[in-house]
Design a protein around this ligand. Structure first.
Ligand code: SAH
Length: 222
């Protein structure tokens, strides 16, 4: 790491602290995970700025402030098993992997997933399991093995009017889910806490702009 790289990392962390991110663990993860490694080389000089950037297939890597806010709201511990919907380039996944026991992540674009998996390999993130699929259906049983319920769920694409039922079901009682909800232009980041098998509390965190959560695995032409 050269001096310029270290300075850019420190500047981003200070920027996020000014904007209200308090968790030292979250700020530490942002400082350690090389965001420049996750974005296309055409925009890598902006990788340490607090902004969303394109990652291909019409998708975006979220703004670091939004990644930090969502991660902070989950109050992760090193015992947590986390489900992420919308792997994208894998940046949010990498942040989670530093702060919890294991991350299960689903992406509907195979192309994005394959590239994200290569990055997890190169960065030696050993506690990540990634699959291509429709995350609106939750984590599937694989070879008869059920991973649900999860301590925490994070969805990085926006549900149009309400969270998918399959995801609410896969939160353990006492667990939390963070998810953007609403139509384009009117999305709000919501934190659900599962109080019992049927009851949830909901808190609005902030207005946000995410790409939509879409059903089924993507066609190659999409
Ligand atoms: N966390 C990502 C953000 C990517 S944008 C990052 O750090 O890069 C949201 C992603 O959600 C897109 O890659 C999109 O393809 C994916 N997505 C949308 N609907 C989905 C679904 N039903 N299942 C899985 N992934 C989905």
């Amino acid at each position: 790491m050269n001096t310029q790289d270290i300075n850019r990392r420190i500047r981003l962390v200070m920027d996020l602290r000014t904007k209200g991110i308090r968790s030292a663990d979250v700020l530490g993860a942002i400082e350690r995970v090389p965001r420049d490694f996750f974005v296309p080389s055409s925009v890598s000089d902006q990788a340490w700025d607090d902004m969303a950037l394109p990652i291909g297939r019409g998708q975006t890597i979220s703004q670091p402030f939004v990644v930090a806010s969502m991660t902070e709201a989950l109050e992760l511990t090193d015992r947590d098993k986390v489900l992420e919907i919308g792997t994208g380039c894998g940046y949010q996944t990498a942040i989670l992997s530093k702060l919890c026991r294991r991350v299960y992540t689903i992406e509907r674009h195979r192309y994005l997933l394959e590239h994200a998996e290569k990055r997890f390999e190169e960065l030696r993130l050993r506690n990540v399991t990634a699959i291509a699929g429709d995350g609106m259906k939750g984590w599937p049983k694989i070879n008869g093995l059920q991973q649900a319920p999860f301590d925490k769920i994070i969805v990085t694409a926006a549900a149009k009017d309400k969270p998918p039922a399959a995801l609410l079901e896969q939160i353990r009682v006492g667990g939390k889910m963070i998810i953007p909800v609403g139509p384009p232009g009117e999305q709000s980041l919501k934190l659900f806490q599962k109080e019992s098998d049927e009851a949830y509390s909901v808190r609005n965190i902030m207005p946000v702009r995410f790409v939509p959560l879409l059903p089924n695995i993507a066609e190659d032409s999409e």
